[in-house]
Design a protein around this ligand. Sequence first.
Ligand code: FMN
Length: 175
Amino acid sequence: MKLQITPTNREIQLAENDIIVSKTDLTGRITYANRTFMRIANFSERELLSQQHNIIRHPDMPRGAFRLLWDTLKNGQEFFAYVKNMTSEGDYYWVFANITPDLDSDGKVVGYFSVRRKPKASAIQAIVPVYQQMLDVERKAGPADAPLASVRFLQDTLGRQGTTYDRFILGLQSV
Ligand SMILES: Cc1cc2nc3c(=O)[nH]c(=O)nc-3n(C[C@H](O)[C@H](O)[C@H](O)COP(=O)(O)O)c2cc1C
């Protein structure tokens, strides 16, 4: 069950060498968390294992970002994103995340695997207004249509700029 945590305005910064790792089953239930994940998110292993990964979801994240994540994973592809997450105390921390399907020895998808590190400050500055616009689109679309409307808005906006989601996201981290 998702805990009710009130967000604060306090930011937790990752160190340059912090790598947050987690694994989930096919439904997004956490099956592995490394120590850095536990330390930054301020949850014990017992509190994280078997929980849905939305246990650290921050309300400032647009639903469209997660729709795109799941659509990409279900397509068998890896996904990159800047994600604002929430600790057990409501503090927030930004990560640059890579999420990939986790394959068994027969190449069958058995879950998902995520590695996150400190994002560039300039990347967060660029992504915050994009997420705000996606949240606006979601509010106007209403709960049922919000994720799709938001993904369409993002893809249309990037398309008009002559880029794609992956090029945009990876470009922000490399400049
Ligand atoms: C491997 C993996 C890692 C994930 N990591 C995060 C994460 O760090 N933060 C997050 O909010 N959601 C993460 N998600 C997505 C969540 O499963 C979920 O879709 C998202 O939090 C939205 O939840 P909600 O639709 O219940 O609000 C991850 C999913 C997978 C498969």
